[in-house]
Design a protein around this ligand. Structure first.
Ligand SMILES: C[S@@+](CC[C@H](N)C(=O)[O-])C[C@H]1O[C@@H](n2cnc3c(N)ncnc32)[C@H](O)[C@@H]1O
Length: 648
């Protein structure tokens, strides 16, 4: 299917459509353009001269509307796969002219009803005409309440002036939209339509582009198509169309985010004849936008292919998952297997253990000293293996205890020890580390109890319980971990959470491979835990207030929630983590975490956003609560852990 929502997952596909004029010979329109290399057409459904008020009352009842052909002229699959309906551009639902406004409402309803009848996957709605779009949004909102699966692409020009917006426009009317930034127009419209998931965007890309920083916002918005005008193309040395470097980069990001391209306008380049055989008759037969389409295809081909890991993760993009609860639940074999494939993680652990061993035992004592190392939360044994390899690499002698509370993983540990011949090196303890009565104390305690947000799988609580059997000068690997958070625009995730129609899902943190999101301000550190922790008033409750400065040149934005990450210091300079600016390359064990907001929050450019987060501990559970207090206040999410918590 060349069109529609399912496109989102196929980042290795490019779909290109063409905007056409009205033509009542739809079979011709379609075959001409599909043969010309396009995947779909964006075509008017109704004759341009039609106005409902022009039909006299007598003929109204039996009138046949001037649609572009009957439904029978194309097959149902042709309509739905290859045609996007273009709603009449004269429609102006906020006009002062009552007749035009009333005509507009009737025509909009008629055209969308016809498009639904044809099972089109999408219709392109004309750009709102003025600074106020209340009536237009109201009519669209009515239609959205009863729409089949069709998407409505609101046509929005990609423009934002770089000057101070209020100064330019002199904001006079609180209800009016700031026209110097088209994002405001979109935002106002979608807020009026209650962030409906079937309302999306077709961005009109013009010959001049707004600042790169302001473009970032659109990634988090539901942009389904980018309309590229032929007059935005430059001419290369050979006379062919090409795009400026900035337009090229923009197109690459559209490809990366699976945004479909629609070419619009007449051919404005006079092409040189290619060779003698390409005579004028053949040239005439060629689609006159072919050279533009070829250029778009060329840019697509030029893109770097996705790395293998990213290809593997395609199916996880923007897919909400509940975080694991490895303490309360027992992980499945499949989950362990996925962990174990992440060689980068274990290489980092091996490097950390090697450094700790060398620090612990000098070279001259290496053959006479045995280091006691305990892997707490050993799973099926990869950290045991990494530790033994570190010992071999550094020539240190090791005695290993592998402590694991999941009896199913312990079965695997036993067979692994036998298979590897580690019987004299490794003792398996089937026990919760918080309850184990260890026969001796450890020099090194190795664990990996980390969640996407660092402490969210209760590593602090488990290691506090385990540090009883660490020697006073013993080493914990990891020695510390820190969570990070940043505000994001992600209408996709917001709408996916909203689909559940309950409070619980808006107060849950999700693990998610973030893709269609705009990171609006650099991430900031949240909670740090250090091990071992001998402070007398040990307490794992935390509270942090963070102030995010929103950049001036980005334009105003909307916050759908917060993306969370962690970074762990395993030992000295060996770290691993997923915070985007310092992330360990090629490590895939953790996706970020997402804390949603019940209602998106509008933030003006250059203003600040105050976010609060609490880590709360009860007798049986640990949970987070979060809220925003500026520029507006949100409710406190997950009060008392009523919706989401991690069991102790
Ligand atoms: C994230 S997994 C890591 C497993 C393994 N170390 C690896 O890297 O593949 C955490 C493991 O710790 C175990 N675990 C969690 N809390 C524990 C506790 N309090 N005592 C013992 N094992 C625990 C879980 O059952 C799980 O096998």
């Amino acid at each position: 299917m060349p069109l529609g929502d399912n496109l989102g997952d196929k980042s290795d596909s490019r779909y290109c459509g063409v905007e056409t004029d009205f033509n009542d010979d739809m079979p011709h329109v379609l075959s001409h353009n599909i043969n010309g290399g396009f995947d779909f057409v964006v075509a008017p459904l109704m004759e341009p001269g039609y106005r409902p008020s022009l039909i006299d009352n007598a003929s109204k009842d039996c009138s046949v509307l001037p649609f572009a052909g009957s439904d029978l002229v194309l097959s149902p699959s042709q309509w739905s796969s290859h045609v996007v309906g273009k709603i009449s551009s004269w429609i102006d639902l906020d006009s002062e002219d009552d007749t035009l406004r009333e005509d507009s409402e009737i025509a909009l309803k008629q055209e969308l009803a016809w498009a639904s009848h044809l099972s089109l996957q999408a219709c392109l709605l004309p750009t709102p005409k003025g600074r106020s779009c209340g009536n237009y949004a109201r009519c669209v909102n009515h239609i959205l309440q009863n729409l089949n699966n069709m998407q409505l692409w609101l046509r929005i020009p990609l423009e934002k002036s770089d000057v101070d917006d209020d100064a330019v426009n002199g904001v006079t009317d609180g209800m009016a939209v700031d026209l110097s930034d088209s994002w405001e127009l979109w935002n106002s419209f979608r807020v009026l339509c209650e962030h409906h998931s079937q309302l999306s965007i077709a961005l009109d890309v013009l010959s001049s582009l707004p600042s790169p920083n302001s473009l970032v916002r659109w990634v988090g918005e539901p942009v389904k198509a980018a309309i590229l005008h032929t007059d935005s193309f430059l001419t290369n040395a050979r006379g062919y169309p090409c795009l400026s470097k900035r337009h090229q980069n923009l197109l690459s990001s559209f490809f990366y985010y699976s945004i479909q391209i629609v070419l619009s306008g007449k051919a404005v380049h006079k092409l040189p004849a290619t060779n003698q055989t390409d005579n004028s008759a053949q040239q005439a037969q060629r689609h006159d936008l072919r050279s533009y389409l070829d250029y778009v295809g060329y840019l697509y081909q030029k893109m770097e292919p996705l790395p293998e890991q990213e290809r593997f993760e395609l199916g996880y993009r923007d897919f909400l998952q509940s975080p694991l609860q490895p303490l309360m639940d027992n992980l499945e074999a499949q989950t362990y297997e996925t962990f174990e494939k992440d060689s980068v993680k274990y290489i980092q652990y091996q490097r950390a253990v090697s450094k700790a061993l060398v620090d612990r035992v000098s070279d001259d004592k290496a053959s006479t000293t045995t280091v006691v190392l305990m892997v707490v939360g050993a799973g099926r044994g990869p950290l045991v293996r990494a530790s033994l390899q570190a010992a071999e690499e550094t020539g240190r002698k090791l005695k290993v205890y592998a402590v694991e509370k999941n009896p199913n993983a312990v079965v695997t540990l036993h067979s692994l020890v036998k298979l590897e011949g580690w019987e004299n090196l490794v003792t398996i303890i089937s026990c919760d580390m918080r309850a184990w009565d260890a026969p001796e104390k450890a020099d090194i305690l190795v664990s990996e109890l980390l969640g996407s947000f660092g402490d969210n799988e209760l590593s602090p609580e488990c290691l506090d319980g385990a540090q009883r059997f660490l020697k006073p000068d013993g080493i914990s690997i990891p020695s510390s971990y820190t969570s990070f958070i940043q505000p994001v625009t992600t209408s996709k995730l917001y709408n996916d959470v909203k689909l559940h129609k309950d409070l619980l899902h808006f107060e849950t943190a999700y693990v998610v491979k973030l893709h269609r999101l705009a990171r609006l301000s650099p991430s900031q550190s949240v909670f740090t835990f250090t091990h071992p922790n001998y402070s007398p008033n040990k307490n794992n409750q935390r509270y942090k207030k963070l102030r995010f400065e929103m950049p001036n040149d980005t334009g105003s934005t909307i916050i759908h929630g917060f993306a969370g990450y962690f970074d762990a210091i395993l030992y000295k300079d060996v770290h691993l983590g997923i915070e985007p600016t310092t992330a360990t390359p090629n490590m895939f064990s953790w996706f970020p975490i997402f804390f949603p907001l019940r209602s998106p929050i509008y933030v003006k450019a250059g203003s600040t956003l105050d976010f609060h987060i609490w880590r709360c501990c009860g007798n049986t559970k640990v949970w987070y609560e979060w809220c925003v207090t500026s520029p507006t206040s949100s409710p406190i999410h997950n009060s008392n852990g009523r919706s989401y918590w991690v069991g102790l």
